[in-house]
Design a protein around this ligand. Structure first.
Ligand code: ADP
Ligand code: ADP
Length: 228
């Protein structure tokens, strides 16, 4: 993992049709240690996704700077793995083809990547399902496959935007353990967005709380952890 530093990051969305601009982030300063598991909680609309998308390089901040290690974020980067709320697997490819596609596109589909995919499929309990198509898997398995896809390129950081919120509670609890196993196996710096405070506390080293006045970081709570 690598440290993530947000330095005075603000984001204002211009609204089409002459509406008032929407402030989503107000001068956020945040430093995450390399290898830290950090969760972000707060009410809907408080700016969590905006913050994540800025760190991912998918969205330009209006002001301020974001660094991952010694790189200044200025666009999407291979070294950042992302998982969204809904599995974004391509329906016409098998699970394995989905997982290997980003490496293939980047022309980095080497033996090491294939070996890492094998290992991650085992860890995620998907080894027997790699030749299946997404529609043949449960929602929880599809999300596990999305996490494997995000990890297979061995990224420096892993960003997750409510990855389990579309799933039922039991599937979700299993996935938290699954995720811990993957993370312990190869600690990445993680930013994990959730509405579920129990989940945040269970998974994280620290939890950041955002407020809806608008897009400010209210508090960061250290979570004294007894990790499995
Ligand atoms: P969340 O589940 O994080 O609350 P939302 O439902 O607020 O997500 O947003 C879903 C998508 O819609 C995101 O890609 C977000 O950028 C976009 N979005 C949210 N609010 C607006 C808005 N007022 N105008 C345009 N797009 C928006
Ligand atoms: P959260 O993830 O905490 O639900 P978001 O980051 O999605 O919050 O949204 C923060 C604020 O920015 C909200 O008021 C939302 O409506 C607004 N917003 C998000 N995306 C857009 C967009 N593309 N255009 C305009 N407003 C947006």
């Amino acid at each position: 993992g690598r440290a993530i530093v947000l330095d005075g990051v603000s984001k204002t969305y211009d609204v089409k049709g002459g509406g008032a601009p929407v402030t989503a982030l107000t001068s956020v300063d945040l430093t995450l240690r390399a290898g830290e598991f950090f969760s972000l909680v707060g009410p809907s609309g408080c700016g969590k996704s905006t913050l994540l998308n800025v760190v991912a390089g998918l969205l330009d901040a209006s002001t301020g700077q974001t660094r991952i290690g010694d790189r200044t974020v200025s666009g999407p980067d291979r070294a950042t793995g992302i998982v969204f709320q809904k599995a974004t697997l391509l329906t016409w490819l098998t699970i394995e083809e989905n997982v290997l596609l980003p490496s293939k596109i980047a022309k980095r589909l080497d033996d090491e990547t294939r070996a890492r995919a094998d290992h991650l499929f085992e860890l995620a309990g998907l080894a027997d399902f790699r030749k299946r198509y997404p529609s043949e898997l449960s929602g929880g398995m599809q999300q596990r496959a999305s996490i494997v896809r995000a990890l297979v390129g061995d990224p420096d950081v892993l960003l997750m935007d409510e990855p389990f919120s579309a799933l039922d509670e039991f599937t979700r609890e299993g996935l938290n353990d699954e995720l811990m196993r993957l993370w312990t196996d190869s600690p990445k710096t993680v930013v994990f967005i959730t509405h579920n405070i129990a989940e945040a506390v269970y998974l994280s080293d620290r939890v950041g709380v955002m407020t809806s006045r608008p897009g400010t970081l209210k508090e960061i709570v250290d979570v004294p952890l007894a990790r499995p």
